[in-house]
Design a protein around this ligand. Structure first.
Ligand code: FAD
Ligand code: SAM
Length: 671
């Protein structure tokens, strides 16, 4: 697959009628029938797909709907209302969670969306969390969670003809139901193409249904050719007819699309051991208990968050680049998700964070060039923008005297406190047992899953997920995963009259945070291949020297006292390409064997994996930004739900990515 290009997302051009009806400038069509929009949505899509009955008879815990054209989100919101009512009326049913995936090429701006949705006060319970989490116009998937209602929205920004084929499937399919809601076929023929219908059909689970407001003959024929049984039904209001249908069988000969399956859990038992104790394990524990899994978390330390996640303050911002390629897309969407996540955890159990902005300084020519390159991606100013030196000083409330890149949504958070808060929430939400002082020494295959060996006992679990950072390499099946260690020491410095004024997080070669509990976090050293965890006075001085090098000749920097032992030392677990590892653990030995017979067919997604063994590690220097969305992705994958990343990004997260790249180039594996 070729590297994705930076596709800028343009907002919808909205014209407003006198009655504040949104009309699309791009397509010259209305978004919804003004007076009866809500009841039309109910009639065409919800009743057209017979959802009340299907939800009642549903024998799985989640039901997945997909839609072409999110627009104002009316269909989504009206589905939320119906699902909420259904759950209240039938609390005993097996179905507990709704997953709604929608594709949108021209998203409304948040301001336009707010205006468009004003006319539906009956939907305000769902509109409020949607608006609070509504993403910036960035390509890819934005996962939004309406927690109170157990509803997840995956909002894909970009052309559906590109986004839908980029989704990973499971062998059993992905969606239970489709809403086809583009503008009228005459105004937007691309959205009604046979290619799209084939992709829609290939994404269907057995018995998936489909409904659309149009009764156009070519739409009916196209859907039938793709594998749907279609029939006409009375249209809404004055409209004569509309179409409803059901998938026949999977189209076995779908081109490439249907062949890309993601390895989910094979056991039916919703029971899992997570080994770790840092932010990765906390986020994953919460994501899995919410899905009804019984989770046991094993940590080698006497308390959680003693490893890299032990810092008092860490910076939250995305890793961007000028190409805005899959790496930039991964980080920026993970960043937006992390912010929403922090708010939701904080609502449950308050902890220290401050999203008052973050500045990356143009401290020398090389840094300046690198930062200027980021601007080439033309990302939204709400994400990143350049400031002149007076603006930098004004925003920071500090004498710096340099240009900077400003991340208005960035800031800092307390990782250690956040881990505690996430775990508290996970315990509250579901079945989580924590075993401290439990160092996993090894594990082996067992007929009922995996047998975990601790110094004094062995236990069996159906599923196993390792979030053990660098220690992952100590386990034989993981020994070839390319990870490398980088020791880091952060220095906690006492605040003073000047430092106290610092309003934003400053990033240079290191970073300096605003005051928290009378201290600032000045970091951090980066010692490759060093796993020594002893305090170093020299590294305290290095942290200050770095700040002084990047912000030279400022008395407030010179005054900083670092000749003390207030510090935290931890080991980062890094990867060469900055992508973490998240997914099923690939089998190194079998990959080698596979290569001998079928190198041409070898792909990152069809190479051999261990059954029911997963990994979430390699979070490097930005784990605070990526852990929440990665954990959501992995929990979704284990539970066979739609995933919040494109195949390209998911492949970049695979444990086997470097081995496969080596093999494809004809190199020998030597990891
Ligand atoms: P960890 O937090 O290291 O957790 C691994 C856990 O696994 C530990 O609890 C450990 O006890 C447990 N474990 C390991 N082996 C076993 C075993 N055999 N049995 C049982 N338990 C085991 N990121 C940012 O986003 N912003 C920052 O500003 C930032 N600053 C940083 C500064 C420093 C000095 C360092 C070191 C890292 C920094 N990071 C920052 C990176 C961030 O802290 C990490 O990416 C993140 O904490 C990794 O989380 P984790 O859960 O993967 O690993
Ligand atoms: N379902 C929406 C609602 O509930 O408000 C109304 C959808 S509106 C009729 C059609 C939407 O499809 C528009 O928002 C338009 O921007 C979007 N669209 C059109 N072509 C598209 C494409 N190729 N890919 C993704 N979205 C597209």
């Amino acid at each position: 697959m070729s590297e994705s290009k930076n596709k800028l997302i343009k907002h919808a051009q909205i014209h407003w009628s006198d009655q504040l009806e949104p009309i699309s400038g791009q397509f010259d069509d209305i978004y919804f029938n003004t007076e009866q929009g809500l009841s039309e949505s109910l009639y065409v899509f919800i009743q057209g797909n017979d959802l009340a009955q299907r939800w009642l008879n549903c024998d799985t815990q989640h039901f997945a709907i997909a839609e072409t054209g999110f627009g104002t989100g009316l269909n989504f919101l009206s589905t939320c209302l119906q699902f909420h009512r259904f759950r209240k009326k039938h609390p005993e049913t097996k179905l507990k969670r709704l997953h709604f995936t929608s594709f949108e090429k021209y998203p409304l701006s948040k301001a336009d969306l707010q205006i468009a949705l004003q006319r539906w006060p009956q939907l305000s319970d769902y509109i409020t969390p949607l608006l609070a989490q509504y993403p910036l116009p960035l390509t890819g998937c934005h996962r939004i969670i309406l927690e109170r209602f157990d509803i997840t929205l995956d909002l894909w920004f970009g052309d559906v003809l590109e986004s839908l084929p980029s989704l990973y499937l499971y062998e059993s399919g992905l969606f239970d139901c489709w809403y086809l809601d583009g503008f009228a076929p005459s105004k937007n023929p691309e959205m009604w193409s046979e290619t799209l219908f084939q992709h829609i059909a290939a994404s269907c689970k057995n018995n998936a249904s489909i409904a659309t407001f149009t009764a156009a003959g070519f739409v009916r024929r196209g859907l039938m050719a793709a594998g749907f049984n279609m029939r006409k039904r009375k249209g809404y209001g004055k409209k004569r007819e509309m179409l409803i249908g059901q998938i026949n069988t999977h189209n076995a000969d779908q081109p490439q699309y249907g062949q890309h399956f993601r390895a989910s859990a094979q056991t039916q038992t919703k029971e899992v051991a997570i080994v770790g104790g840092g932010i990765a394990s906390a986020c994953l524990s919460l994501a899995l208990v919410k899905r009804g899994y019984k989770v046991t978390l094993y940590c080698q330390d006497a308390a959680l968050a003693q490893g890299a996640s032990a810092n008092k303050q860490g910076a939250l911002y995305p890793l961007l680049n000028g190409a805005h390629n899959s790496l930039g897309q991964f980080f920026s969407n993970a960043f937006l998700y992390a912010r929403n996540y922090v708010h939701s955890i904080n609502q449950f159990s308050p902890f220290a964070f401050d999203f008052s902005g973050l500045l990356q300084l143009y401290y020398d020519q090389t840094a300046g060039k690198k930062l200027d390159k980021i601007l080439q991606a033309q990302l939204p100013e709400e994400l990143v923008q350049k400031l002149q030196s007076e603006q930098t000083d004004q925003l920071a409330q500090c004498d710096i005297g340099q240009q900077s890149l400003y991340y208005p949504l960035g800031g800092w958070l307390s990782p250690q406190q956040m881990v505690q808060a996430i775990i508290k929430k996970a315990k509250h939400k579901g079945d989580l047992t924590i075993k401290l002082n439990a160092r996993l020494e090894s594990f082996s295959e067992h007929k009922n899953g995996w047998q975990l060996h601790f110094p004094k006992q062995s236990v069996i679990h159906s599923l196993l997920v390792l979030t053990t950072a660098m220690n992952t390499l100590k386990f034989a099946p993981c020994a070839a995963v390319p990870l490398s260690a980088a020791r880091g020491q952060v220095t906690y410095i006492p605040t003073n009259n000047t430092l106290q004024k610092l309003q934003v997080t400053l990033c240079h070669e290191g970073y300096l945070t605003p005051e928290h509990n009378n201290k600032h976090c000045m970091g951090a050293t980066f010692k490759r291949h060093n796993i020594d965890s002893d305090f170093s006075l020299q590294e305290q001085c290095e942290n200050k020297a770095k700040l002084a090098k990047c912000i030279p000749d400022k008395p407030w920097v010179a005054e900083i006292d670092c000749a003390h032992q207030d510090a935290n030392i931890a080991i980062r677990c890094t990867t060469r390409d900055h992508f973490p590892y998240a997914g099923a653990l690939a089998d190194y030995e079998q990959t080698k064997t596979h290569y001998q017979h079928a190198v041409k067919a070898l792909n990152k997604d069809n190479a051999p994996f261990y059954k029911d063994l997963f990994l979430l590690t390699g979070l490097g220097s930005r784990g605070l930004c990526t852990a929440p969305l990665l954990a959501e992705m992995l929990a979704s994958q284990i539970n066979k739900e739609p995933l919040p990343f494109s195949r390209e990004i998911l492949n970049a997260l695979q444990t086997n990515r470097q081995w496969v790249n080596y093999l494809k180039k004809g190199k020998k594996l030597k990891f």
